[in-house]
Design a protein around this ligand. Structure first.
Ligand code: S3P
Ligand code: PEP
Length: 438
């Protein structure tokens, strides 16, 4: 198992974060959304004919999903369409046979979206992940799949690796799930549910449900393909059995990956524009214009381009980021330079993301002389002058990009493993340097 099977544009090893002494002025295009690419791949794989993803993401997470679907028997071909960041993907659905191993790498979307699909396969599917991702929660999903009749051999661990003994069908029906550890449990079940014999009635029983926009994204993607989903109550979903319509789907840019670039305008001064910003999006990054404005930015849109300009300073905030927890690392990078403290709450579950993000962010800031403290469900940052030093990526792409953001203003920040950005943005250093050269 390799940490990153995606190599084309990968930059390895330590990275001396570039510091700027002049404002930045850049317009950038960001590659496709991880969350949309991996959902659309799953739905295309169970659709009623061949479909196409236009301008999808090409990164470790998406490559793992392509490999996983191929391992189940689905046909996926790359077709060059002249996009800067890689070919389109043409997906040809086939009978799900399985009989192979799926290595999810570090991708939460692969481990949580492939497991229910593997239950529909005709043979065993062994599911594993990179050793740095074996800790990620799977118990709630395993439990719900078992309640739906899926045979799973996990040797009593309730965790990866495990083997799904597919029988070619899942009956479906009503099932309860505690998805407080990850919204991806819900998305994974909803995505496979149209192919259950009687559909699915899913009921979330936990107290907390993070990342609601990502569940909306799942529902929107299925609805666009003609699958009926109802929400009879909060935390409850009804999916009708059916076959999703094959389609050509254009993938939006990854708005969460745009976050460190937009934030750079506030840290360095100047402005950063991102092309192709969708007018409507279920990506949590769609909340960025509002959040960055509240932190002191001037935000404008012209056609499909979003521009963030530095204002007179960065304002600290007290915010509940449960809906958009993957934005936490970037916002912490901004908060470090604010004129008042920032508290971020509602994100306790990110202790079980790629790394314990709360501990890693606090530890990294303190190592640079910063003042930060862990809260049970979040963290608090009190801005003080920072000095250079090592920034540990903790094999977390968003930790690495936050180190680069801080390094814009603090000379001598060295990120130990910039290659970890290949999880969702192998072009990170290329685009970062393009932004600084513009
Ligand atoms: O469904 C998705 O595409 C995602 C859901 C969220 O997961 P959690 O609910 O586990 O935070 C998010 O953090 C992750 O980056 C992507
Ligand atoms: C939590 C994240 O990833 P994953 O899809 O692996 O959960 C993330 O990208 O911030």
């Amino acid at each position: 198992m390799s940490a990153n099977r995606y190599s084309p544009a990968r930059v390895q090893g330590a990275y001396a974060a570039p510091t700027v002494d002049e404002p930045v002025h850049a317009e950038l295009t960001i590659p496709g959304s991880k969350s949309l690419t991996n959902r659309e791949l799953i739905i295309a794989a169970i659709a009623d004919g061949p479909g196409r993803l236009i301008a999808p993401l090409h990164s470790d997470d998406s490559a793992r999903m392509v490999d996983a679907l191929r391992a189940l028997g689905v046909g996926i071909e790359e077709v060059d369409a002249g996009h800067e960041f890689g070919p389109d993907l043409v997906v040809t659905p086939a009978k799900l046979v399985g009989g192979q191993t799926v290595d999810c790498g570090q991708a939460g979307t692969v481990m949580r979206f492939i497991a229910p699909l593997a239950g529909l396969a005709a043979n065993d599917v062994h599911i594993t992940a990179h050793e740095t991702a074996l800790h990620r929660p799977m118990g709630g999903l395993i439990s719900a799949l078992r309640d739906l009749g899926v045979d799973i051999d996990d040797e009593g661990t309730w965790a990866l690796p495990f083997t799904i003994r597919g029988h070619g069908r899942i009956r479906g029906g009503r099932v309860e799930i505690d998805a407080s550890a990850s919204s991806q449990f819900v998305s994974g079940l909803l995505l496979a549910a149209p192919r259950f014999d009687v559909g699915l009635h899913l009921v979330h029983t936990g107290e907390h449900l993070p990342s609601l926009p990502h569940i909306d994204m799942t529902i929107e993607a299925l609805s666009r393909r003609g699958i009926r989903i109802e929400r009879p109550a909060v935390g409850e979903w009804l999916v009708e059995a059916g076959v999703p319509r094959a389609k050509e789907i254009a993938i939006e840019p990854d708005l969460s990956n745009a976050a460190p670039f937009l934030a750079a305008a506030l840290v360095a001064g100047g402005s950063v524009s991102i092309t192709g910003w969708p007018a409507h999006s279920t990506q949590p990054g769609a909340l960025l214009p509002e959040i960055l404005q509240a932190m002191g930015a001037h935000v404008g849109r012209h056609g499909g381009t979003l521009t963030v300009r530095a204002g007179s300073g960065i304002r600290g905030l007290d915010m509940d980021l449960s809906a958009a927890s993957e934005l936490t690392p970037t916002l912490v990078g901004l908060a470090a330079f604010a004129d008042s403290p920032t508290t971020i709450r509602g994100i306790g579950h990110i202790r079980l993301h790629e790394t314990d993000r709360i501990a890693a962010l606090v530890g990294n800031l303190r190592a640079l002389g910063g003042e930060a403290e862990e809260l049970s469900d979040g963290l608090r940052i009190t801005p003080v002058p920072l000095h250079g030093g090592g920034w540990a990526a903790h094999h977390d792409h968003r930790m690495a990009t936050t180190g680069a953001l801080i390094g814009l203003r603090v000379p001598g920040v060295e990120i130990d493993d910039i290659g970890t950005t290949a999880k969702t943005l192998p072009e990170f250093t290329m685009l970062w340097e393009r932004m600084l050269r513009s």
